[in-house]
Each structure stands twice: as structure tokens, then as C-alpha cells.
Design a protein around this ligand. Structure first.
Ligand code: URA
Ligand code: SF4
Length: 214
């Protein structure tokens, strides 16, 4: 197989840029091959002054079409969890570890394909630039891909979720990805997983509020 060239996003990230400028610049990113089959880059949503940042995996089919993160089924579930945790949506900044939709085509359908470690690494400069601008109190990693991007190592959701992990910058909290709930067949499992997600979001919000009072 031919070697795929992945220079990484860094050379496309303008220094000292705010979120609006980063968003525009990301549309020209060629840091990995995922830009090409995708419809558009999906950058972020929410306020740049947020204390709480939620990091997902990558845009899905709907997000790729609309250009906004978390607008599809996983996003609707996440919005319900954020509401249930008592967090105002206007107080969070939502983004993804990887900014272009990775998929395989099956007839007319586009099936989500997990980003590889190389894609996470290639795209990480965007996330770092966002975190530099927003400077949140707490970064919530929704799933293992976000955890890998933020912490730079493999994370095990089951073992590490729900605790505030210290760090030199923002505190980090790992939790499940909302789409893992959508894959559950049993309503009881789904409900329990939803409650666990809400509890983790509450923990993160409380830590963000506490940090802000110091
Ligand atoms: N899943 C994600 O991780 N991010 C999105 O934006 C949508 C679905
Ligand atoms: Fe650039 Fe990230 Fe898109 Fe790859 S996925 S082209 S690194 S923005």
C-alpha cells in the first residue's frame, strides 16, 4: 500500500488566532487525507469564554452535511444529557478531536469509520489551539478518541471515567461517548448509561464552577 502522507495540521494553524479565525483556517487544512472525501470541515460550536469544553470524536454524517458538531442522533442525546446535568448549553464549547468525517461508502450510505491514531495525531494542533484560546477549567473527553487526543495516551473509559484528572492546564474528565449509548439494545442499559453520563457531566460542571470561584 502506498504510504499516505500526513503532515499534520500544525502548518495550517495561524498563530495567535481566535476561534473565528481558526475556523476559517481549518477549512483549508490538508494535514491528513480526511479532508478530501468529506463535505466540509466541522469545527466547533459554543462560546469561546466557556469554562467547560466537551470534546467528541469526529463529525458524523449529519455534522458533515451541516458543518456543525453534534447535530445528529448522538448530538441530540448529548444535548439531553447536558440539560439533565443542569448545564446551560450556552456555557459550553463543543468540539471534536478530528475535524473531518471519516467514512466508508456502502451504496448510497456513508458509514462512520473510527479515526485512526494517525488522524488523531494529525488533527491535534487544532484542538490545542482551541484550548489555548478558550482556556477552560475542565475538558470533558467523550470517549476514547477524545481522551487519546487530550491526554496523548490510550485511555480506558471503564477504568478512568467520572474522575477529575488533574493536569497542568485544565482539569480533564473522561466519560462515555453518547453514540455508545445509541448502540445499546436494552432500554434499561441505555437508561443506566444515560444516568452515568449525566452524573459525569455534573461532576465536570461542579469542578468548573469551583475552579472559577477560586
Ligand atoms: N459524534 C461526535 O463525536 N462528534 C460529533 O460532532 C457528532 C457525533
Ligand atoms: Fe486537517 Fe484534521 Fe481535517 Fe485531517 S481531519 S485534514 S488534520 S482538519
Amino acid at each position: 500500500m502506498a504510504e499516505i502522507e500526513r503532515p499534520g495540521a500544525q502548518q495550517w494553524v495561524p498563530a495567535g488566532a481566535g476561534i473565528a479565525e481558526l475556523r476559517v483556517a481549518a477549512s483549508g487544512c490538508r494535514g491528513c487525507e480526511l479532508w478530501e472525501p468529506a463535505t466540509q470541515v466541522v469545527f466547533s460550536a459554543g462560546t469561546a469564554s466557556a469554562r467547560l469544553v466537551l470534546v467528541g470524536e469526529q463529525p458524523g454524517d449529519q455534522e458533515d452535511r451541516q458543518g456543525t458538531p453534534f447535530v445528529g442522533p448522538a448530538g441530540q442525546l448529548l444535548a439531553r444529557a447536558v440539560d439533565a446535568a443542569g448545564i446551560a448549553r450556552s456555557e459550553v464549547y463543543v468540539t471534536n478531536a478530528v475535524k473531518h468525517f471519516r467514512f466508508t461508502e456502502r451504496g448510497k450510505r456513508r458509514l462512520h469509520e473510527k479515526p485512526g491514531i494517525a488522524h488523531i495525531d494529525a488533527c491535534r494542533p487544532w484542538l490545542h489551539a482551541e484550548l489555548d484560546v478558550v482556556q477552560p477549567r475542565v475538558v470533558v473527553c467523550l470517549g476514547a478518541t477524545a481522551g487519546r487526543s487530550v491526554l496523548g495516551r490510550e485511555v480506558k473509559i471503564g477504568a478512568e471515567r467520572g474522575r477529575i484528572l488533574g493536569g497542568e492546564g485544565a482539569a480533564v474528565l473522561i466519560t462515555a461517548h453518547p453514540s455508545s449509548l445509541l448502540r445499546m439494545q436494552e432500554p434499561a442499559d441505555r437508561d443506566a448509561a444515560f444516568d452515568a453520563l449525566v452524573a459525569d457531566l455534573r461532576t465536570a460542571a461542579a469542578a468548573a464552577a469551583q475552579g472559577a470561584a477560586e
